[in-house]
Design a protein around this ligand. Structure first.
Ligand SMILES: [Fe+2]
Ligand SMILES: [Fe+2]
Length: 252
């Protein structure tokens, strides 16, 4: 399980940092980390603030042909504002998906401005930034369900033992993907997201390409990234914004 491997790496780092310190209980630190990783939650206030900000950004979209009424009805009658961004990898908690999309929006806003300042390219419009960032992961709506997973809780009285010490298994709340038969899918994660977005918002070819290919080779191992990202810079910038949101903003 990836989370246990990651926990092991953290444990080794803690060990290196704290071996000369007095009175530090490594098992306590490790258990705190375990619980934070598995059960991290946004507060109700944060979830509501993110929902308000997300809907304000959607309401500000001026694209001709956008069906905002139906789009907002879809968002607010689904689990979009409660859903996690992933089952275990990042923002795997209630409200994680909305928070992730806002992080991608913030990163993309900065990347587009920087790219325009460093090249002769015109910056992408605010509408374009909002649409591709906020809906790049539309496919994750109604896709996860609550579950439980086992984590190792280390203590001197643990009944089991591994290279890190004594531990017991503990069941903690988590998420898992629903069965295939329960979710909408026409293809890859990117294909699902762009299809769902175009149900409500007319997209340019470049916007379509950006949402379709935002996960790069993670979604499509045969993707011609050189061909796609050099021709459609928005796709490259959205991919970078998604990576930065996931691995920089959401793994602190
Ligand atoms: Fe994605
Ligand atoms: Fe994403």
């Amino acid at each position: 399980m990836r989370s246990y491997i990651f926990t092991g790496v953290l444990y080794e780092s803690l060990l290196r940092v704290t071996t000369s310190e007095q009175g530090i209980d490594l098992n306590s630190l490790l258990n705190i980390f375990n619980k934070e990783m598995m059960m991290a939650e946004f507060t109700e206030q944060q979830i509501q603030a993110n929902k308000t900000r997300f809907l304000d950004l959607v309401n500000g979209i001026t694209r001709e042909g956008v069906d905002k009424e139906r789009l907002i009805a879809q968002l607010t009658t689904s689990d979009f504002f409660d859903a996690p961004a992933s089952a275990i990898y990042h923002n795997a908690c209630r409200g994680g998906l909305c928070a992730h999309c806002l992080n991608v929006y913030d990163w993309l806003t900065k990347l587009v401005a920087d790219a325009a300042a460093m090249t002769s390219q015109e910056p992408y419009s605010e509408d374009t930034i909002r649409i591709v960032a906020l809906f790049h992961d539309f496919d994750k709506m109604n896709k996860y369900e609550r579950s439980f997973r086992n984590v190792k809780v280390y203590s001197p009285t643990g009944s089991k033992f591994d290279e890190m010490g004594k531990f017991d298994w503990q069941s903690v709340p988590s998420y898992k993907l629903k069965e295939d038969s329960q979710v909408f899918s026409i293809g890859t994660h990117g294909a699902n997201s762009v299809y769902m977005t175009e149900t409500f918002i007319p997209l340019s070819t470049e916007e379509h390409c950006a949402i379709l290919n935002h996960s790069g080779v993670y979604d499509n191992p045969k993707l011609n990234t050189t061909g796609i990202y050099s021709k459609y810079h928005l796709a490259c910038l959205l991919h970078l914004a998604d990576m930065a949101a996931t691995y920089v903003s959401e793994s602190q």
